[in-house]
Every structure is written in structure tokens, then in C-alpha cells.
Design a protein around this ligand. Structure first.
Ligand code: GDP
Ligand code: MG
Length: 161
């Protein structure tokens, strides 16, 4: 139950994953969700939305001065995104490994970017890069009430209890 989950260190770590507009257009949402499910993570929030500019601007607050920033905002608002919150042990770090290098040309085969993309300007997916960043991004993209606490029936198959 909830008690078991909360006493295992790190199990309740959460991260923000977003399938970007190119991933939604190319109907990769199912494949991407499947990878996180099969890895053993728990989905606690998910929605399809057209991202508002103020959210994108806060989301990419560290990139405002980059030359590619205007293109990045145009890309991210070119269609709907699927925003998700995934939970589990080390999920922030592990999902960055699953996603692969920012530049698909450097992303290993087997990673999401390495399997589904070729160019940095259309790299299919976002994943938070730190626990603090994840907390900030989850608050930005989701209302508390949109996140669901639930017990995965196979919890003890993925975690020592
Ligand atoms: P991420 O955390 O791996 O997504 O990478 P960053 O946080 O550094 O950058 C955020 C997003 O900006 C990337 O996923 C790309 O979509 C985009 N981006 C980063 N660097 C470049 C670049 O050099 N050129 C272009 N066109 N887009 C970039
Ligand atoms: Mg980043």
C-alpha cells in the first residue's frame, strides 16, 4: 500500500516527460508510453494539450538567450504535446538515459531519440534533467489534482519490499 511505497528510498521520485508536437504528429505516443511502462515506472499524470506560450517560456527559462529559442517556441507550439508524470526509483536519471542525447545524431540506438529522430530541432521528447527541475516542471504543467496516487499491483516485482 501507500505506506510501503513511501518507506522505500527514492521510489516516489517523479519526472516530467512530454511527447513533443513532432512525436504526437508521428503517432509515437503509444510506443513512448510503452517504454516507460515496461521499464517499471508508474504513470501518475497524463494529458494532451496545446502548450501555452507562457508555460513554454517558463519551461525553457534557461534557454531564452539561445539563438534557437524562437524556433524552439514555434516548434513546441506547432501542435499538441502529451505531458506525463512518471514515478519510480531514480526515474529522473533513468528516463534521461532512455531518452538519449539532446542531439539525435549523438543519441544511441535503443534510446527514444536514437530510435525515432535525426535532427536536434525535432527530437520527439522532453525529460526533466534533475530532481529539482522535475519538481518545478511538474508544478508548471500540472495542477495537483491532476496527479493520481495509486498502487501498482506489481510493485513488489520491480522493487524489493
Ligand atoms: P534536453 O534537456 O535534452 O531537451 O536539451 P536542452 O534542455 O539543452 O534543450 C531543450 C530543447 O531545445 C532540446 O530538446 C531541443 O528541442 C532544443 N535545442 C537544444 N539545443 C538546440 C540547438 O542547438 N538547435 C536547435 N534547433 N534546438 C535545440
Ligand atoms: Mg533540458
Amino acid at each position: 500500500g501507500c505506506y510501503t511505497t513511501s518507506v522505500i528510498a527514492g521510489v516516489s521520485e517523479r519526472t516530467l516527460i512530454a511527447v513533443k508536437p513532432d512525436g504526437v504528429q508521428r503517432r509515437l505516443v503509444g510506443q513512448i508510453v510503452q517504454r516507460f511502462e515496461q521499464r517499471g515506472f508508474k504513470l501518475v499524470g497524463m494529458k494532451l494539450l496545446q502548450a501555452r506560450e507562457d508555460i513554454l517560456s517558463q519551461h525553457y527559462h534557461d534557454l531564452h538567450k539561445k539563438p534557437f529559442y524562437p524556433n524552439l517556441l514555434r516548434y513546441m507550439s506547432s501542435g499538441p504535446v502529451v505531458a506525463m508524470v512518471w514515478e519510480g526509483h531514480n526515474v529522473v536519471r533513468t528516463s534521461r538515459l532512455m531518452v538519449g542525447n539532446t542531439n539525435p545524431a549523438e543519441a544511441y540506438p535503443g534510446t527514444i531519440r536514437g530510435d525515432y529522430s535525426v535532427h536536434i530541432s525535432r527530437n520527439v521528447i522532453h525529460a526533466s534533467d534533475s530532481v529539482e527541475g522535475a519538481q518545478r516542471e511538474i508544478q508548471l504543467w500540472f495542477d495537483r489534482r491532476e496527479l493520481v496516487d495509486w498502487d501498482c499491483c506489481d510493485h513488489s516485482s520491480s522493487y524489493q519490499v
